[in-house]
Design a protein around this ligand. Structure first.
Ligand code: WT7
Length: 636
């Protein structure tokens, strides 16, 4: 049987499959896993214990190499099929295609270089590259030889890079002279050099020539990528890995300062990313799939590299930004490459929606079949804009809920198979046992309910631990509700079983003994026609314990905000109650955000309590400059 046999084609099949997977989870996953190439078959589908020290193992005893499944397998069947289309930053520059055969050869070559360097199974390799094909090649080359890759987004600062290299104990760094981002260049090698001052585990730094700008050089540690691979063989025998051997570490921010190195393993991650890719996006063999993320994020790992390649699909990677040279770049690329599935983030959609719709309508988007959203709840306005202008009122939008920790999409509609519903991620994928509990952990059994989202049963791509910190893993994900995985999100469920993610549950503030979620207050503020976006956080208050502050962004600068603020307070008072009225409402021009578009509430809280010396490292933000601006606003 091939993975294709497990494609869900109708709502009835979805229901059947979901029921079957609940009754026979091991049978369900065993059959899907057996469609892959294993060097040695697994003897156990699942061993797990989520009650004391959490442990989860999938397909134990199975031996494999994920790159054989992502590359060699397809080269045997269809060597010339396009694996990767790369669209460079500069629209005038030529795009680059890799067939499966070409990609395999490039991966093997680089893998041989790593081997010559003494890198072997279990060693950590840090990758700090722009969105160029070499990033994918480096990632897969590590997987080929069993080295553990840890990709750091090329927008991160030297301090953030150093922290990740140190925590992972990486032996080797792969970077570039620089990166192109719109009309700017980023001096990656300088940033890397700065980071390496405090990283003594790095023995080699492989440098890709991309911007050709001058850089400093150390003959002891630095080597050019082109010299590194020169003359090497395009064959490289894949390292045989245990299903539970580590494939990669990927860092994600936690509620405290130190990033969490989420550990993903070979077998389960491969099975789940391929299964979810096929079913959520419903790609046909000839389709062009475009995810606009960066490989520095889990979205890039799972749905730009491993998921699509494991399915033998064609994945498009874009080096640049949506605004360069104009705000129509995304649509220009969709037209140029006849993209069939387009997967992006609500934050990008909202930015695009601020510009004239002619940017969209000037392009032929008739190739599109599926639109996708990921990273945060998509608000109704953004959803409608996406559906109307990009989807021409007919394309399905898959709203995919998942996390760095989950490895793959857990809740989403399946494109054209199960219905979409604006602002709802909708239904758990077959094999995913989602549930709602109240704050005491009591399951909410009625269909229509609201509560805290949990997952009650393992799925193959759950992160197995936090690198070198299993205690923190247990504490963060398994201590709130013993026996259940706790993702940290709140959700509600409608009468059809559709889930709507309402936001982080850790954003709950107790004001004068009242439990207030900040997300519902923000939703009300956002209904005001003059408000673009808002963030509500709590800060310590002498009398109330905590008070609320709302930071709001307006469509237009208004001279007199007094009336507007009055209206907003009234609106909140009318909808939730006077208790939910923020003590302070401040107009700002932006909110501190992570690169994936998440508002950094921790920083907003510190700002509100004037703890300016406790903001932590703001350099990894998308817009670090906004922090100063908000400070000034608050002081005045
Ligand atoms: C958190 C995970 C998933 C890859 C990118 C982000 C929020 C993610 C959705 C969605 C509502 C969403 C959740 C989640 N989130 N997707 N479709 N609807 N919320 O990965 O950085 O690990 O963040 O993003 O709060 O817990 P991440």
């Amino acid at each position: 049987m091939s993975l294709e046999n497990y494609r869900i084609n109708s709502l009835d099949e979805y229901r059947e499959s979901q029921q079957y997977a609940i009754k026979n989870p091991e049978e369900f996953w065993k059959d899907i896993a057996n469609t892959f190439e294993w060097k040695t078959p697994f003897d156990n589908v699942l061993n797990y214990n989520w009650n004391d020290v959490p442990s989860t193992e999938w397909f134990k005893g199975g031996k494999l190499n994920i790159t054989e499944n992502c590359l060699d397998r397809h080269v045997k069947e269809n060597p010339d099929k396009l694996a990767l289309i790369w669209e460079p930053n500069e629209p005038g520059d030529k795009s680059v295609n890799y067939s499966y055969k070409e990609l395999l050869e490039a991966v093997c070559k680089f893998a041989n270089g790593l081997k010559n360097q003494g890198i072997s199974k279990g060693d950590r390799v840090c990758i700090y590259l722009p969105m160029v094909p070499e990033l994918t090649i480096a990632v897969l080359a590590c997987a080929r030889i069993g080295a553990i890759h840890t990709v750091v987004f090329a927008g991160f600062s030297s301090a953030a890079l150093a922290a990740r290299i140190q925590d992972s104990g990486s032996k080797c760094l792969i970077t570039a002279d620089g990166a192109f981002r719109g009309d700017k260049t980023v001096p990656l090698k300088d940033i890397a050099d700065d980071a390496l001052k405090s990283c003594d585990t790095i023995k080699k730094c492989i440098v890709l020539q991309r911007t050709f700008e001058s850089i400093s050089w150390s003959n002891r540690i630095d080597v050019w990528w082109h010299d590194f691979v020169d003359g090497l063989s395009t064959n490289c025998t894949p390292e045989i890995m245990d299903s539970e051997d580590v494939l990669f570490i990927l860092y994600t921010s936690g509620s405290t300062g130190k990033p969490k190195g989420m550990v993903h393993t070979c077998g389960g991650y491969m099975v789940y990313t391929a299964y979810s890719f096929m079913n959520v996006f419903q790609t046909a063999p000839e389709d062009i799939f475009w995810c606009t993320a960066d490989i520095g994020w889990i979205t890039g790992h799972s749905y730009m590299v491993y998921g699509p390649l494991a399915c033998g699909a064609t994945t498009l990677h874009f080096e640049g930004v949506p605004s360069y040279p104009k705000w129509d770049r995304f649509w220009e690329i969709c037209e140029k490459h006849k993209v069939n599935q387009f997967y992006t983030a609500p934050t990008a959609i909202r930015a695009l929606a601020k510009h004239p719709t002619t940017h969209v309508t000037n392009h032929d988007l008739s190739s599109l079949k599926t639109l996708g959203s990921v990273g945060e709840p998509i608000n109704e306005e953004a959803w409608k804009w996406y559906h109307t202008h990009v989807g021409k009122n007919k394309l399905p939008i898959v709203d995919t809920w998942w996390q760095t920790e989950t490895g793959g999409i857990l809740i989403s509609n399946l494109s054209g198979v199960t219905p979409h519903k604006p602002t709802y991620a909708t239904l758990p994928l077959p094999g995913i046992q989602a549930a709602l509990v109240n704050d005491k952990g009591v399951p909410q059994m009625e269909k229509q309910a609201e509560g805290i989202l949990t997952v009650n049963y393992p799925w193959p791509s759950i992160a197995r631990t936090i690198w070198q910190d299993h205690d923190r893993y247990q504490e963060v994900y398994f201590s709130a509700f013993p026996g259940r995985y706790f993702p940290g999100d709140g959700a509600l469920r409608d009468e059809d079983g559709n889930y709507r993610i309402t936001g982080r549950v850790d954003d709950v503030v107790i004001v004068s003994g009242h439990n207030l979620g900040t997300a519902p207050i923000e939703n009300i503020i956002n209904e005001h026609p003059e408000v673009v976006e808002s963030a509500v956080v709590g800060y310590p208050h002498d009398l109330k314990g905590n008070a609320l502050i709302a930071y709001i962004i307006l469509y237009q600068n208004t001279e007199n905000t007094e009336n507007l603020i009055k209206e907003i307070r009234q609106l909140i008072s009318d909808t939730i109650g006077p208790i939910a009225k923020p003590d302070r409402i401040v107009v700002v021009s932006g909110l501190p955000k992570t690169r994936s578009g998440k508002i950094m509430r921790r920083i907003l809280r510190k700002l509100a309590s004037y703890e300016f010396d406790q903001l932590g490292d703001v350099s990894t933000l998308l817009n670090p400059e906004i922090v100063e601006e908000i400070k000034t606003t608050l002081i005045n």
